[in-house]
Design a binder for this molecule. Structure first.
Ligand code: I6G
Length: 693
């Protein structure tokens, strides 16, 4: 029962002592793996604290160990803008990649043949998060998101007992952001799945999926019931404290503040030291208590890190050295085709489910017909499926010796499986397309998802499942129909509670206030990525001018070539598309005026058009050069995919090139890139980057 009287000093002191003791025991148990008291004793202290807090609710603070049990469920996660962007690392897959990394670092630091000191750690296979402490108290936690903006999962993170809620007294700096990874230990994952079996519930596929699903629960009580843990590997913003001068000292500093850090960390010299660490961790990998997918190398000295700086989103001073792709053999049961937003037909391998790289794989993209021919794939074949890190699974090769007599060659269908329109392949194109346009439900669904995505008009909560239902129920045909939805139509959908319907309607309403570039991008005009949409908006200033511009006028826009200009013209020459635009305007979709800027458009300088994410995006506005032969896709397809992500593809390497993608037998362009210090990605790195999108 709560008391009215002010708490006596001895209660205040006892409460503080209990909080301190319980957090110390948590640290010993969850971080050091060295329990200092029995479970019974821990429970007794915890209940004493709980009772005191109930008697004196005015003394209850957010950093109390009793607050780790989860709170009220949320409707949605808040957006959290990271004060310092959260990094993602470039990947290395071979010894050669590591030699190149080390050489680039030495060159960048002008070190000649002198060796660099590196800090090495295992690469956790979990979810990156950021923890914010103000004067030593944990106040906010967020997922990485796109590196600039993440989701606020504070309550969920509080339930993770290895994350300190308060820092030791001597560590109460004004502000400290700690970065690291949330994961599930293997033993906890096994126990969790045992419980799932006992409850006759679905099993989790691997510790990473279990951790991701647990962290993204709106009800933190559910997260509290899942055994998550945390490892710190870096910091973001810091105010009011002197930060150590090396990464290794930073890790010791974090450890002294009671953050869990990897035990298997080493300081090594030069590329030989990196090789040795990789071998050692590779051998220890199976015995580690958690899953890792490689190791991380960072130039140890922060002043040297600063000199090396960043290329795009990735630091030049650090790299993740991934363990080899995991492979497994299985049978190709069939080849289905999927229809994309622009009607592109992608063959997809239907596989006998196989466990590879920590997950069960039953589908793999085959990219296009040519790829199937090149790999000589036939239905019924035994194939090798490969997964490298978090890269999407691929059919690597066929085991020809195992080909059955009744294997079948793939024949590209001539009619769309979704709408029965003709499938055609234009001359010179590798990609076959459904000609159904928005009559095709598959294209309609993709077009709606494209319009609603965050980078376009941003309708929060409108995901695949909902769009599928809305299109299949014939309720929504064009983006304009979204603005005509009412609570009744939504409530009739499967698993749509009134509250979710109301939230969705609010998001749809909110999306009416957008920007011209976002709207233009959302229309899904072929070849128009975010950068071109921004350039068009800045050049013409308003939508009517863009809709009515001739090909010649469009060609005056920065970086718009004949293919893009033609595509825009074709789109707006189609009466149906103009009609949709008019309907959207009639539904009061609006945007602030855009100031016309002729000449070369620069990124992010003017509020409605600018985009703070652009610099963090490895594709948007970046210039790529393709060289050598890629295995997974043709050059044209690589170009298509890059342009769809708003990157530019150039034929020659210059200082302005952001990335060179070097396939097999890359020639003089690769030499030029190395000469100019341009970032070079091999095919695996390129695929890994694509897979993040
Ligand atoms: O998983 C990781 C382990 C160690 C890391 C990492 C690390 O630094 C020593 N650093 C970054 C930036 C990331 N993952 C994303």
């Amino acid at each position: 029962m709560a008391s009215d009287a002010a708490a006596p000093e001895q209660v205040i002191n006892r409460l503080a002592q209990l909080k301190r003791e319980l957090e110390q025991h948590n640290h010993s148990y969850y971080v050091l793996d060295l329990p200092t008291i029995t479970d019974g004793e821990w429970d007794r202290l915890f209940h004493e604290l709980l009772a005191l807090e109930m008697q004196h609710p005015e003394l209850l603070t957010q950093d109390s160990p009793t607050q780790r049990v989860g709170g009220k469920p949320l409707d949605a996660f808040d957006e959290v803008t990271h004060r310092v962007p959260m990094l993602s690392l470039g990947n290395a897959f071979s010894d050669g990649d590591i030699e190149n990394f080390d050489r680039r670092c030495r060159e960048g630091l002008d070190l000649g043949d002198a060796e660099i000191e590196y800090a090495c750690e295992p690469k956790f296979d979990g979810l990156a998060i950021s923890l914010t402490y103000v004067r030593g108290v944990f106040v906010q936690g967020a997922t990485r998101g796109d590196g600039a903006v993440g989701e606020g999962v504070t309550e969920n993170l509080k339930t993770i007992r290895s994350i300190p809620l308060v820092l030791p007294e001597q560590c109460r700096q004004a502000l400290l952001e700690v970065r690291g990874e949330v994961l599930m230990l293997r033993r906890d994952f096994d126990k969790l799945n045992d419980r799932q079996v006992a409850k006759n519930e679905k099993l989790f596929v691997n510790p990473r999926n279990a951790a991701a699903g647990s962290l993204r629960q709106l009800d933190s009580k559910l997260t509290a019931a899942r055994p998550l843990t945390f490892f710190a590997y870096g910091i973001g913003a810091v105010e009011g404290a002197a930060v150590p001068s090396t990464h290794s000292a930073l890790m010791d500093w974090l450890e002294s503040m009671r953050f869990p850090v990897a035990r298997q960390r080493s300081i090594v010299q030069g590329v030989a030291g990196l090789r040795d660490f990789y071998q050692r961790i590779g051998q220890a990998r199976a015995a580690l208590p958690y899953d890792i997918d490689g190791v991380v190398y960072k130039v140890n000295r922060f002043d040297q890190q600063q000199t090396l700086g960043f290329v795009s989103r990735a630091p030049r001073f650090a790299i993740a050295h991934k363990f080899p792709a995991e492979e497994a053999t299985t049978v190709l049961l069939g080849i289905d085709v999927q229809v994309g937003r622009t009607g592109a037909i992608t063959p997809v391998a239907r596989l006998q489910p196989v466990f590879v790289g920590g997950t069960t794989v039953s589908n793999a993209t085959l990219h296009n017909e040519e790829e199937i021919r090149r790999k000589d794939l036939r239905i019924g074949d035994t194939v090798v499926v490969r997964r490298a890190g978090d890269v999407i699974p691929e059919v690597a090769t066929v085991i020809i010796e195992k080909r059955p007599a009744n294997s079948l060659a793939f024949v590209m269908p001539t009619r769309c499986p979704e709408c029965d329109s003709a499938i055609v392949k234009l001359e010179g194109e590798v990609i076959a397309r459904c000609t159904g346009g928005l009559i095709c439900p598959a294209q309609r669904k993709q077009a709606l998802l494209h319009y609603a995505q965050r980078r376009a008009v941003d309708i929060e909560g409108l995901g695949d499942k909902l769009v599928e239902q809305l299109v299949d129920a014939d309720v929504v045909h064009t983006p304009a129909d979204l603005y005509r939805l009412g609570i009744t139509a939504l409530s009739n959908l499967e698993r749509m509670a009134e509250k979710s319907a109301t939230n969705l309607l609010a998001s749809i309403e909110k999306s009416k206030r957008t920007t011209l570039p976002k709207f233009l991008f959302g229309l899904g005009i072929r070849q128009i990525g975010e950068t071109t949409a921004k350039d068009l908006a800045k050049h013409f200033g308003n939508l009517d001018a863009i809709m009515d511009a001739s090909v010649e006028q469009l060609l005056e826009v920065h970086d718009v070539g004949p293919v893009v200009a033609q595509s825009i013209r074709q789109f707006f020459d189609e009466p149906h598309n103009r009609e949709v635009v008019e309907q959207l305007r009639a539904c009061k979709v609006t945007w602030p005026e855009v100031q016309i800027e002729h000449g070369r458009a620069s990124q992010g300088e003017n509020a409605p058009v600018g985009n703070a994410d652009a610099d963090l995006d490895p594709f948007n506005g970046k210039t790529f050069v393709l060289t050598g032969t890629l295995e997974a896709m043709s050059r044209d397809e690589a170009k298509d995919r890059l342009e769809a992500l708003s990157a530019k593809v150039s034929g020659s390497v210059s200082k302005k090139t952001d990335f060179v993608i070097a396939g097999a037998e890359a020639g003089s362009k690769l030499d030029r890139a190395v000469e100019l210090g341009v970032a070079v990605l091999d095919e695996a790195e390129f695929l890994a980057l694509l897979a993040q999108r």
